[in-house]
Write a new protein. Structure first.
Length: 426
């Protein structure tokens, strides 16, 4: 019998070799930007690597001083901040795994829009691809929004190149663009948000020009051999609203392959930053967990604003409950269209599912995200062989508000944590 693909190595771009096809998908660790950020990342990532995971994708870090979507996100807007993470990167390598830095910006959904302490101290307006859609304007009443000029978009692309160069200097094996989940790059790619009249708007190719320019700047500053990858969103939206369709995502995949990207991660997301991204239960911890409830009230003193944010979580949970391997049709379609590696993510919870995806040629790597919170050594179970039981994660989404509020990236489901403790792993 031929060996399963999961345990075979893979090269991606010129600077990444993974020892197997299992990767830790990007989630927020709540590490922040303080002097102990590297230690916090190492505490999460090194045990994952020691358990055998092939690749770690460090959750979204922000390339401007403003633009984070959570206080727990890490700033990488200065060379010194990126180089401060070099020790953590070396520790992950010593444990046998590769590591990428995911880089992004929240755009209109940056925490300066809704998190009162940061909104009060904002140094400038929110960055936007276009004027706000009419549907969103009431929610942003009183919040300054700046539509980026062509020159400012070019400067953004240059900054991505700079961060990639710093990441390479720090030892990262590559970068991934945080270009989904209603973040700034997604706002450029999405017809729901992007109504620009310059070369960064209009057709799909025009909206994708920002990715082309970023790839060029990464090549110029970090080297064309440096691994650079990108998330590709297919969107859900309210009826009659513009969105990126699956067919357009497949077209986008072909475009970015032509631009020189080394791998793609197709994901189905909402045009809004709700829990469509992390399908599962309604995150009731936001109002039942005392620490989260307190932080939420501090972040959004207005009861109306808290209500709007909570409604987004509830709506996402109701309309998009957990479904195993929910992005399957999407990543299969993209895999059939491109020659670069395709990363599968979204609801992959068993070894049987992973083997089915990889052995069937539907994708080249399989990613698991939230379950690492509950089970840092889950890679060992995945790689041991056999179908195996589902992971401990119950897809409750109780960890999601913690990511938004800058709390530690751990499992917040009491039932799961109690089980882990009883088994001696917690």
């Amino acid at each position: 019998m031929a060996p399963h693909v999961l345990t075979t190595p893979l090269s991606i771009g010129g600077t990444t070799t993974v020892r197997n096809r299992l990767y830790r998908a990007p989630v927020l660790e709540g590490a922040g930007s303080g002097p102990d950020a590297g230690r916090r990342y190492a505490k999460a990532f090194v045990p994952n690597a020691e358990a055998g995971v092939g690749l770690v994708v460090q959750g979204s870090s922000c390339l401007y001083a403003e633009g984070r979507t959570s206080p727990g996100m890490t700033l990488v807007h200065e060379r010194e901040r990126v180089l401060a993470l070099a020790g953590m990167v070396a520790a992950v390598h010593a444990a046998g795994a590769a590591i990428w830095l995911q880089v992004g910006h929240g755009g209109i959904y940056a925490m300066e829009a809704w998190h009162e302490p940061y909104a009060s101290g904002r140094k400038g307006p929110l960055l936007a691809a276009s004027p706000l859609p009419k549907l969103l304007r009431p929610a942003f009443a009183g919040v300054p929004v700046h539509v980026m000029s062509t020159a400012e978009v070019e400067a953004l692309c240059v900054r991505y190149g700079d961060v990639a160069a710093w990441a390479r200097e720090a030892g990262y094996d590559g970068i991934q663009l945080g270009s989904a989940n209603a973040k700034l790059l997604d706002q450029f790619l999405s017809p729901f948000y992007n109504h620009r009249g310059d070369e960064f708007g209009g057709s799909l190719a025009g909206r994708a020009r920002v990715l082309r320019r970023i790839r060029e700047e990464v090549g110029a500053r970090a080297g064309w051999d440096y691994t650079v990858t990108v998330k590709l969103p297919a969107e859900t939206a309210p009826p009659a609203m513009a969105r990126t369709t699956v067919d357009e995502t497949v077209q986008l995949a072909r475009l970015v392959e032509d631009f020189g990207y080394d791998a793609v991660t197709p994901v189905e997301v909402s045009v809004f930053p709700d829990t469509t991204l992390s399908r599962g239960g309604i995150p009731t911890s936001l109002w039942r967990n005392k620490a989260m409830k307190t932080r939420f009230a501090q972040a959004a003193p207005s009861q109306l604003r808290r209500g709007v944010l909570s409604a987004g979580y509830v709506l996402g949970g109701v309309t998009h409950p957990f479904r195993p391997v929910w992005n399957r049709d999407l990543f299969k379609s993209v895999k059939a269209a491109v020659g670069v590696p395709v990363l599968a993510v979204g609801g992959i919870r068993t070894r049987d599912e992973a083997d089915s995806i990889l052995d069937g040629g539907e994708a080249d790597l399989v990613g698991v995200g939230r379950p690492f919170y509950a089970e840092p050594d889950l890679a060992a179970a995945f790689l041991a062989g056999g179908g195996g039981p589902a992971l401990r994660c119950q897809n409750s989404n109780l960890c999601v508000p913690a990511q938004m509020l800058g709390m530690k990236g751990v499992c917040y489901n009491p039932a799961v944590r109690s089980r882990s403790s009883q088994e001696g792993d917690g």
